[in-house]
Ligand binder design. Structure first.
Ligand SMILES: Nc1nc2c(c(=O)[nH]1)N[C@H]1C(S)=C(S)[C@@H](COP(=O)(O)O)O[C@H]1N2
Ligand SMILES: [Mo]
Length: 158
């Protein structure tokens, strides 16, 4: 009886651990053969994060003014020691299979491309929680949000 109880408890704890770990919103940066994982804590505690206003245009809904908090992508990559200046574009993969590429030119344009993790003071929720996060790319100078990739998982520098 005791053994069974211990097994049940251990299974429960293990399941919780796995569930918790897979919910940790880390980001992967891939460059050629190499990759690095950026922990969510690093992102959430980033010193030079910025808050800016933006307008969300979802199909079938009125444009909505929001406040985003995030990190300028060029700064983020620089602080991760990723040199992307010689590549033509960067590719972004989302957990739902969505994928977009952004030209390096656009990324180097000041205050344009951001990795966003908060909206109106709240952390972006995951796809499972019906959110647009935990991370989203916002291109401030592109008013249409097709390229504002949600559920960002991987950044690929060619
Ligand atoms: N990961 C992911 N990002 C995505 C999409 C998607 O299907 N998957 N759709 C894009 C399109 S076409 C639009 S219009 C916006 C919709 O964003 P919203 O959910 O904030 O309205 O997200 C963009 N980013
Ligand atoms: Mo869209």
């Amino acid at each position: 009886m005791k053994k069974i109880l211990i097994i049940v408890i251990m299974t429960f704890v293990l399941t919780l651990t796995i569930a918790f770990q897979s919910d940790q919103p880390n980001l992967k940066i891939t460059q050629g053969e190499n990759y690095q994982i950026v922990a969510s804590e690093w992102i959430y505690s980033y010193d030079d994060s910025e808050v800016f206003s933006s307008v969300i245009r979802s199909s079938g809904e009125k444009p909505m003014s929001v406040e985003f908090k995030g990190i300028e992508l060029a700064e983020f990559l620089k602080d991760q020691n990723i040199d992307f200046r010689s590549s033509e574009k960067i590719t972004f993969n989302a957990s739902d299979g969505y994928r977009i590429a952004i030209k390096t030119e656009e990324i180097l344009d000041p205050r344009n491309v951001y990795i966003v993790y908060e909206m109106n003071g709240e952390k972006l929720k995951s796809k499972r929680e019906n959110g647009t996060g935990p991370y989203r790319i916002v291109i401030r100078k592109d008013p249409f949000s097709q390229r504002w990739i949600k559920h960002l998982e991987e950044i690929i520098v060619q």
